[in-house]
Design a protein around this ligand. Structure first.
Ligand code: PEP
Length: 249
């Protein structure tokens, strides 16, 4: 049995008051224990979130990390630093990092390895552009991104990775993949994983990301290969995000 996971990616948004609001909401209201929830704010808010989320079931995550442990990397943050702030998850290869900051599959893999080496759970983000979907290349692109990383990991490492399928055309656009479109790709990712090991494939947590919201979450989460969501815009509204978490529990 896979435990549903809802991850809220705040991107470069949020504020100290939103952190406090989340702390209040998730400590006052009861969330099913059958769902895991992680909030992923920008780096400067991690310490405040660590404190505000103490009496809540919320885990903490970060949006990226540098592969190095320390050194002359101005502006960067290492995995070790994130663990010191009690972060337990980290996004790697978000499409905005791939597109805006030119992160290649190789660089994404280096980050993924760095995350695993300090005990962070990497959420590996993959997904095709609209052009790639229209050209019928969705599965090629997604399995290239998944395969580049997974084929280089040993079985023990592989079982620690969460994969988020996020069609790029659905991120921040309000245009969600249909549950059938998402299910088709995610079943393909699980089948790919099964080529390495069927047990690990069954255990693999797969998230859907791309304009998930209060209205469409339940239907997406009802798909057999969708174990949770990576939520951007809707994770900035406390009540909406809480409702999405409830629909996963
Ligand atoms: C994301 O940031 O990964 C994301 C899916 O954003 P949104 O939910 O806003 O599409």
């Amino acid at each position: 049995m896979r435990t549903p996971l809802i991850a809220g990616n705040w991107k470069m948004n949020g504020s100290m008051s939103l952190i406090e609001d989340f702390g209040r909401k998730f400590s006052d209201a009861t969330l099913s224990e059958a769902v895991k929830v992680v909030v992923i704010p920008p780096f400067p808010y991690l310490e405040a979130a660590r404190q505000a989320f103490r009496d809540t079931p919320l885990a903490l995550g970060a949006q990226t990390l540098n592969p190095a442990d320390s050194g002359a990397h101005t502006g960067e943050v290492s995995g070790r630093m994130l663990t010191e702030l009690n972060a337990t998850y980290v996004l790697v290869g978000h499409s905005e990092r791939r597109e805006l900051y030119g992160e290649s599959d190789e660089q994404v893999f280096d980050r993924l390895l760095a995350a695993l080496s300090v005990g962070l759970v990497p959420i590996l983000c993959v997904g095709e552009s609209l052009e790639e979907r229209d050209a019928g290349r969705t599965m090629d692109v997604v399995l290239r991104q998944v395969g580049y990383a997974m084929a280089r990991l040993d079985p023990e490492q592989r079982q620690k990775v969460v994969i988020a399928y996020e069609p790029v055309w659905a991120i921040g656009t309000g245009r969600t993949a249909t549950p059938e479109q998402a299910q088709e790709v995610m079943a393909g990712i699980r089948a790919y994983q099964a080529e390495f090991n069927t047990t690990l494939a069954e255990q693999l947590t797969l998230l859907y990301g791309g304009s998930m919201n209060v209205k469409n979450a339940a239907e997406l989460l009802a798909q057999p290969d969708i174990d949770g969501g990576l939520v951007g815009g809707a994770s900035l509204k406390t009540d909406d995000f809480f409702a999405i978490c409830q629909s996963a529990g």
